[in-house]
Design a protein around this ligand. Structure first.
Ligand code: ASP
Length: 280
């Protein structure tokens, strides 16, 4: 059993040592709780559990603490994918729900699996997700100062369970200051993808991630026989060719956990019951 999580990027220039320590502590708590949860649950249930905890923590740009778009509203995106069934569901630009990932979980039972905008928000209301304002004062202050947030903080999780099943989930408040209607990579196969061989979750500039088809490419390469490291190296080399910016976490079906980024400060943590690793 393995769990790896990420919380986007950490920017030394826009954050401080205190925030860094707080993020390390939050990631340690959440990855260890998620591992305990995984002992009694599937990989799919666990990635939803882990991402919900990350959404609830205002240190990260997903759920509570999401960034504000150019028109002053928060629109969030989240998706999850079961590597065994290869079913993916998600919400794009949903408003005023506490846990977008849980709406994505609900959609797994439907034929229509990815909903956007008002349709996603309406679906959430009909399914008992109450109105919840995810704005925090710090994000409003950043918005008002027109400080383009550089710390991002999208969240994600990949898990491998006792039965060898993989799953992935990703959730984001977006880039901040985007044009309303902009589509994030997080609820696409570029930002969130899994099959029976590998699961990958991304953070970074959504446009770059979509152009590079990062998660789907890494997973396909591992499926076709690349080692997880070679799959990452080739895909990140291609990302560099387009001057792309991203970070990714992954687990393959042999239990290898991996992470890489185009800028050395993706915030992540992993745990397999014995070995714990956190970003430094
Ligand atoms: N990938 C997210 C997006 O472009 C942002 C992030 O990872 O911070 O919407």
């Amino acid at each position: 059993m393995k769990v790896i999580i990420h919380g986007g990027f950490f920017s030394e220039s826009s954050t401080n040592a205190e925030t860094k320590l707080a993020k390390q502590k939050a990631l340690e708590r959440i990855v260890k709780q998620s591992y305990t949860f995984l002992k009694m649950h599937s990989a799919l249930e666990t990635v939803a559990f882990a991402v919900s905890q990350l959404e609830d923590d205002e240190l990260f740009n997903a759920g509570i603490g999401s960034q504000i778009q150019s028109d002053g509203k928060i629109r969030m995106s989240a998706a999850l994918m079961d590597g065994t069934t290869q079913k993916m569901s998600g919400v794009i630009n949903i408003e005023d729900v506490k846990n977008p990932i849980q709406v994505a979980v609900k959609l797994l039972d439907y034929d229509d699996k990815v909903l956007g905008g008002e349709g996603a928000t309406e679906f959430a209301r009909k399914n008992g997700f109450d109105v919840y304002l995810t704005e925090i004062p710090q994000r409003r202050a950043e918005y008002e100062d027109k400080l383009k947030a550089t710390g991002t903080g999208t969240v994600g999780c990949v898990a491998l369970d006792n039965n060898g099943r993989l799953a992935v989930a990703t959730s984001t408040g977006g880039k901040g200051f985007e044009i309303p209607g902009r589509i994030s990579d997080s609820a696409t196969v570029a930002g969130n993808y899994a099959n029976a061989f590998c699961g990958v979750s991304l953070t970074g500039v959504g446009e770059d991630i979509v152009s590079n088809a990062t998660a789907a490419k890494i997973v396909t390469r591992v499926t076709d026989g690349f080692t997880i490291k070679d799959a990452f190296d080739k895909t990140f080399a291609e990302l560099k060719e387009i001057d792309g910016f991203a970070g990714a976490i992954a687990i393959d079906n042999k239990g290898n956990m991996y992470h890489q980024d185009s800028y050395p400060s993706m915030v992540f943590a992993s745990f397999d019951g014995e070995n714990f690793e956190v970003f430094e």
